[in-house]
Write a new protein. Sequence first.
Length: 205
Amino acid sequence: MVTKDVPIEAQQAKKVIALDVDGTIADLATQIVKIVNDRYPDAHLTVEQLTKYHVEDLVPSMTRAEFIGILKEIWDNYKHIGLVDNSIPAILREVHKDYEIHVVTAAVGTDDQIKDWLRINNITYDKFVHVKHQADKQNEGADIYVDDYFAVAKQVAVLDKNVIVIKQPWSEIDEQVILNSHNKIVVAQTWVDVRELLLPKMLRK
Ligand SMILES: [Mg+2]
């Protein structure tokens, strides 16, 4: 029964966050660097030197298919994938009081692998959506996207969605696009920034 005493605001659905996995909450970079340096001895990569989202662009002898193969191998051994920040589970538990959290990922791992990783790492979420391509994320229709890849930010910001870009060496951030985004795109240096951006209702309309 709907009573007249319930404020309109309380009847509204919670805003939805689309939460990316690879590079946003799951630290694949550490594993990528290990495998790439092992297999391509001339690469000499560090995590800081992963300045391209497509790592094959950094290693001349590596093909796209080989890099995808490495990502697949990392997800096959998902129990070795750490968190981008150890405070993420606690921050998401806190954020979940005010938002619905949809994990929206294009990761090459299987549903079972990714879901088990989320379980092991105590990631709070309401819905799991496994898309084929990064570009499909925009169809999720979330209110706020949290992602490490600037290309995703660009795609969803034009749809009038808010985006928090987690700054990583490979994010490929375009400052000019941010300036023109009318605050739709904000950059978080760390997960503490993500928490600050979400909790004080700064992104809410
Ligand atoms: Mg990502």
